[in-house]
Write a protein that binds this ligand. Structure first.
Ligand SMILES: Cc1cc2nc3c(=O)[nH]c(=O)nc-3n(C[C@H](O)[C@H](O)[C@H](O)COP(=O)(O)O)c2cc1C
Length: 565
């Protein structure tokens, strides 16, 4: 975390090791005030900022069924105003294309000199009104969320956090608390405690969670046996000089650990902001330092991060305000959604065939599900909404033409009741052509975070015109114009064709008058004849409950059967 050890809120006695080791920091307390500080020396290749701040992205709010359309806002708008937008880095998928895009994005991220990092901290904690406690909390939370994003609880539960005496160690203590609450079995090694209320408070908090504090000399000889993750929170960007005991020895242990090539034979090593022992700007100067698997840069990566070659580089510290972004010309990637961290650097190349999750979910039993599949669907849908999933109403729609040639695409569910599942589209699109030739279609919902999918099959017909009219006019005017402009699924010469047509329509309806729904736009309703509810389980022993229709005493009833996974 970018907390200058020499900040006004700290005294030297509390940080003997650091202050001795950091002559630079003792001179930075008197640097010019924020308002008068001179222009940046920080960036490697500073670029001009966007001329005007861009609007912040509001997170899309999951909508309940039959509600007006969920707003689809581009995530790249989530960057702080004033920040240059970089392409949104992928958080999963990790195909080579995504890796290339992420690498390009990483190349543009600003890397800070040690001096600018210290200066930024001073400004944050001076004119910009932050306290050390606040920044440490946010930094530690960022570290914990980045760790949790990469090292899933299902495979990595045991974490030891080695904390140094300064702010980097404080970040580690905060991360320990959050990792505990995320479900990790967390231990802490904090050999040189800092006798200040902030630090002793953090220790008390961890003690109240019964998190064990392991003395350095009691750390097991073979860390691999006891831990899945080792977090190096010893020294941060303000460190100079040679680490003293016991940190010299602890760093050596991490160096030996990281020398074990096969990453599945040793714990993952995560360094907070700077791999301890590295030069803040030059990196691992003699090549004999810690080689972490993951680096969580805080606020902005320091120059040494350019030398990081491990698979996971994240940025945390989502608190940088526009004055800092602008003054230092910082180019930082946008944080996705509400996340406290974002991957920078290239995504690790993975063997796609090796990607697998071991699902852990409550069992889906015949005795527990609703007799009516619509009720069961609504129950699961509500649970997906409650869980805060992004666009739980997104569904894959598969159609087939009269030759049986299938075609899939995503659409948004806009209503469901006992009559069926409704979505809206263009009646001239490919899906519409398919449906006019063959009304049979399938819907697929996939709620990844809940290990659930729902298949729905049936036949499709257009919704009554009044229903489409009503829905059309409930949409934002921009979406209404967009629907008119798009002759969906036809070839167009370029994007400007759409933009031009949109502009003209915007002018035409600038008086606020009702925008008539085009006759080529409207809804479809799929009336199901079959449902399947799938719940992922361990060892691929998934639950599959299928509802199909049977005739019972002259009327149609739903019949539930379990299918083999
Ligand atoms: C998450 C998501 C939701 C979408 N929702 C709709 C929708 O509700 N209606 C629609 O016409 N297209 C929607 N689209 C675009 C379609 O996937 C598709 O590109 C478009 O309908 C043209 O498909 P077609 O040529 O197969 O008819 C959505 C795409 C995504 C990724």
């Amino acid at each position: 975390m970018m907390l200058a050890v020499a900040s006004r809120s700290r005294d030297k006695s509390a940080t003997t090791i650091l202050s001795l080791a950091m002559p630079f920091l003792l001179t930075t307390t008197t640097t010019a005030s924020f308002a008068t500080a001179t222009a940046t020396t920080t960036t490697t290749n500073p670029r001009p900022l966007l001329p005007s701040p861009s609007p912040r992205c509001q997170n899309p709010i999951p909508h309940l069924r039959l509600s007006p359309p969920a707003r689809r806002l581009p995530c790249f708008l989530a960057a702080a105003p004033g920040a240059r937008f970089l392409p949104f880095p992928p958080t999963r998928g990790m195909a080579s294309l995504a890796a290339t895009a992420a690498a390009a994005a990483a190349a543009e991220v600003t890397h800070l000199t040690q001096r600018d990092a210290a200066e930024i901290d001073e400004q944050l904690m001076g004119p910009l009104g932050f306290s050390v406690d606040q920044l440490m909390e946010l930094a530690g939370l960022s570290v914990a969320t980045a760790v949790a994003e990469v090292y899933k609880l299902s495979e990595h539960t045991r974490v030891v956090i080695i904390c140094g005496p300064g702010n980097n160690g404080g970040d580690g203590l905060v991360a320990a608390r959050h990792l505990y609450h995320f479900g990790y079995r967390t231990s802490v090694c904090y050999p040189k405690r800092t006798p200040k209320p902030l630090y002793s408070g953090l220790v008390t908090q961890l003690e109240s969670l019964s998190i064990p504090f392991i003395p350095a000399e009691d750390l097991p000889d073979d860390l691999s046996r006891e831990f899945d993750i080792v977090v190096d929170a010893m020294f941060g960007f303000s460190f100079h000089g040679t680490p003293r005991p016991p940190f010299d020895e602890l760093i050596q242990r991490l160096i030996s650990l990281s020398a074990i090539e096969s990453s599945d034979k040793r714990p993952a090593i995560v360094s907070v902001d700077i791999p301890s022992g590295w030069h803040v700007e030059e990196g691992d100067v003699d090549g004999g330092g810690i080689k972490p698997d993951m680096l969580v840069s805080l606020t902005a990566p320091k120059l040494c991060a350019k030398k990081f070659t491990g698979p996971h580089h994240f940025l945390g510290g989502r608190f940088v305000p526009p004055p800092i972004l602008n003054k230092y010309g910082l180019q930082l990637p946008p944080y996705p959604g509400t996340s406290m961290c974002v991957r920078i650097g290239k995504a690790p190349s993975v063997d796609i065939s090796s990607l697998r999750e071991n699902y852990i979910s409550p069992e889906l039993l015949e005795s527990q599900v609703m007799p009516d599949p619509f009720d069961q669907f609504v129950k699961w849908f509500d649970e997906a909404v409650t869980a805060g999933l992004r666009e739980p109403n997104a569904m894959a729609l598969t159609t087939a033409n009269k030759e049986g040639k299938p075609s899939s695409r995503m659409v948004l569910l806009k209503g469901v009741d006992k009559q069926g599942f409704v979505w809206y589209t263009n009646y001239g699109s490919q899906k519409a052509r398919d449906l006019s030739e063959n009304p049979n279609a399938a819907l697929l919902f996939y709620w990844n975070e809940m290990n659930r999918q729902v298949r729905v099959e049936g036949s499709v017909e257009k919704v009554p015109e009044e229903e489409s009219e009503k829905y059309f006019h409930s949409r934002p005017r921009g979406s209404q114009l967009g629907a008119i402009v798009s002759k969906q699924s036809t070839v167009i010469a370029g994007r400007e064709v759409l933009q031009q047509a949109y502009k003209e329509l915007e002018q035409k309806y600038s008086d606020g008058n009702l925008i008539p729904k085009p006759e080529y736009w409207g809804g479809y309703r799929l009336t199901p004849t079959l449902f399947e509810f799938w719940q992922g389980q361990q060892s691929r022993l998934h639950d599959r409950l299928q509802y199909s229709q049977r005739q019972v005493d002259g009327s149609t009833a739903w019949h539930i059967e379990r299918l083999s996974p």
